[in-house]
Design a protein around this ligand. Sequence first.
Ligand code: HPA
Length: 277
Amino acid sequence: MNADVFDSAATVLPPVCFEQPPVCGLILGSGWSESLTVDHILARIPYADIPGLGASTVVGHTGEFRLFERHGLRFAAFLGRRHWYEGAGWAPVVLPVELLRRMGSTCLLVTNAAGGINPAFKPGDLMAIVDHINTIGLNPLAGPVMPGWGTRFPDQSQVYETAMRKHLHQAAAEAGAVLSEGIYAFTAGPVYETPAEIRAYARMGADAVGMSTVPEVTVASAAGMRVAALSCITNMAAGISGPHLSHEEVLQQTRSSAPIMAALVDKFLARLAVPQI
Ligand code: HPA
């Protein structure tokens, strides 16, 4: 990867984006974009207008950057994400993280839709990610060490910060949402997994599986950001229930879970105004 792509992307962000660091950055995955409540929008840019990012090719991903105020605080959100399987390399996948870092955001909330592996889960459940397994053996930090992205060999002992996860749990309690915890297995996609793969990931300790999030949080954590991540379990993973999986089913579940997802995210944003955070 080459820093030029990030430099070009940063040029389209208006000066208001650099006036004061957003309290937290958000990258909202499949079906989560509707979960954003804003008081006042300060800037909005379609992904197609951000060089190096480009419009998402995936249904359910809004594809808009928003700088906004909520609960008297400033936040920056990427509504929709690019994925490794879209075939454009790592740059568009992690570009939101780099733009947030350049805006001065030191914390990041990432959300996704995931398949449930843990049999205790059911569609509609929400899970705070406590750790992950990168099953693809590749990550965006390979290549030259990028300025601001930490050391050559970043520690990954605690990618998901305990204090941030505590805020997620407090936010869930305030929102009346049940929030479980679990380990997320990242796959390359775009295929859903085979039942044999799911059995293997279960033995490896995974509770849920999905095609996103890990690239972004890997960069964010290497760059020293405080990270939290949430999955909406949209279906049980291959071989656990039902003969078929479909993206339509995933979107359908996020649509029905949208109100509780919105309440949880909004309470989380409100909690960031609490001074001890
Ligand atoms: N597998 C991978 N990604 C997913 C799934 C799944 O079952 N559900 C939602 N995203």
